[in-house]
Design a binder for this molecule. Sequence first.
Ligand code: GLY
Length: 368
Amino acid sequence: MIDLDALTQKCATVMEFAGKQLRHLIETHPDYFPMYTVNGKWKHEGAAWTNWCEGFLGGQLWLLYKHTGDAYWREKAEHYSRLVEHRKDDCNVHDLGFVLWSTYKRWYDLSGDAALNEVVIHGGKTMSLRFKEKGQYLRSFVADESLFIDIMMNVGIIFYAAQQTGDENLLRIANQHCLTTRKYITRGDGSTAHEGIFDLETGEFLRQTTHQGWRGDSSWARGLTWALYGFGTAYRFTQDARYLQTAEDCANFYIERTPADGVPPNDWDEPNSPYPHESSAAAIAASGLLQLAQLTGDVARGRAYRQYAYQILDTLTGPDFLAVDTPGWEGILKQGMYHQRLGLGVNESVMWGDHFFLEAVSKVLGHE
Ligand code: GLY
């Protein structure tokens, strides 16, 4: 059992360290949006594969502002949010939740300024344009026939736009996407596939496959954590019990298959992986489990999810993961993984890992 007072103290230390790392980043490389480190450094020429991380810097700056109340962080958070406003019209990626929820939604929640809310709503409407009527899913950035599990973490912005505008079609699209994802790329044991492929002529589901996991039939850890968190969010918007069930199935799979420290490998099924840890998946799981603990109707399960999230954070705040004792390392959380096959961000810090780690830490500290 993790001692909450001790963990809270560690979380406060994390925020202090995060402040140093982020101040260094934005003062050394102004207006630069990193994705993953190379040998611990944010600035490099490594490929991006896709552009989905630009909201995570502003998101972390908002979390620092909420923790400290310091005007420096507020000014930087507003600045880095403004830099992504144009993404509300971005039809090239399926990640507008990542970009705008992390930034504009936090800004709106703090200010109540309706113009900021409009940016979030606009992004939700843009996301909905990805919907394929044949197949009933939001297409991924790679192709029309492709559905990614990651989109579960972005569909919330469409639910939000539907809720704010009363637009029944937006609600239909968000619900149908969740139901299609649940039907075809979540599995009976609670695991998930990364990608589903559809026949564009008929809408028929064809197969499960992957880009960032080991195999089409294996379990890529981060994908499962996007589902754990995203189905919980879908339940929060709709109260549809099927979404809660899927989120809990994913949570139970994560807990059953992960070592006691709470940090999974990149893919639970990959034999002899040289990389035993994917810290960003653990960070997402921690934040998703803290949400799920509030959503589940079962007191004992809620306590178990919360305790497991605390276990993850206790591990991640230790020296193997927190970069505090690693001189020259510019990220916050070490041992993350972006894209193992492409060799991008392997055993490095990754922006979403740092973002969801700080989000989970902020939940422990009572700021989120
Ligand atoms: N493309 C989202 C991820 O790497 O998780």
